[in-house]
Ligand binder design. Structure first.
Ligand SMILES: CC(C)(COP(=O)(O)OP(=O)(O)OC[C@H]1O[C@@H](n2cnc3c(N)ncnc32)[C@H](O)[C@@H]1OP(=O)(O)O)[C@@H](O)C(=O)NCCC(=O)NCCS
Length: 181
């Protein structure tokens, strides 16, 4: 096992879009965690980033001591319809040579805190059945599997399940939100 890294985690800015796009492109082209087939360009990634930041939702980046980007995580409303306002879905992607060193655990912990601070009350992860590291990461952070949809995805010649894992944030559903949607 490579040694664990304690990354520096900060909020992303639009200047991070090219680095984020580069990290994500590897997973789009070579992996099954993302079911996109064509990697978004840096400009398209900047638009996604701007949308998340514009809503005030968290988008975090992890860096090493030299400032090199190791990964990123963000939370966005689970479904655009207004009633879903307090439910978010997370996404986490690490640079392909930085896996398995505790960076994902650190990013998810920081993302949960930032999502609670925004006011989200539930977090959902939609995880490809082919990704045991992501299932382990989320289970360790308190998520439980709530649904498994069979063979919903097709990529790299395989049918892929999607596993939904969920955890409450903050007060969860025990109190109403500060503002109704
Ligand atoms: C999923 C991902 C974010 C996890 O981050 P990470 O830094 O690699 O994971 P960590 O080192 O923090 O380990 C988290 C847990 O996963 C486990 N794990 C790591 N790699 C694993 C693997 N290949 N198989 C099974 N479990 C694995 C670790 O043992 C740890 O669990 P534990 O604490 O119970 O021992 C990262 O691997 C990644 O970017 N993967 C590709 C993209 C992806 O799947 N993104 C998630 C989309 S929702």
């Amino acid at each position: 096992m490579p040694p664990a890294i304690t990354p520096l985690i900060t909020g992303a800015t639009l200047a991070d879009a090219p680095g984020i796009a580069a990290i994500y492109a590897h997973h789009v082209l070579h992996g099954t965690a993302s079911w996109e087939i064509v990697p978004p360009t840096p400009d398209e990634m900047a638009e996604r980033l701007a949308k998340v930041l514009g809503e005030g939702w968290p988008w975090l980046v992890a860096r090493d001591v030299d400032g090199a980007m190791l990964g990123y995580a963000y939370a966005a409303q689970f479904n655009p319809r207004a009633g879903y306002r307090y439910a978010c879905e997370d996404s986490i992607y690490l640079r392909h040579d930085a896996l398995g060193r505790g960076i994902g655990t650190a990013l998810l912990k920081a993302l949960i805190e930032a999502s609670e601070a925004w006011g989200f009350r539930q977090m959902v992860a939609g995880i490809a059945g082919s990704e045991p590291a992501s299932v382990a990461l989320h289970a360790r952070a308190g998520f439980v599997e709530v649904a498994r949809l069979r063979s919903m995805g097709r990529k790299h010649g395989q049918w892929l399940d999607v596993i939904y894992m969920q955890r409450a944030l903050g007060a969860g559903d025990t109190t109403p939100p500060l503002e109704e949607p």
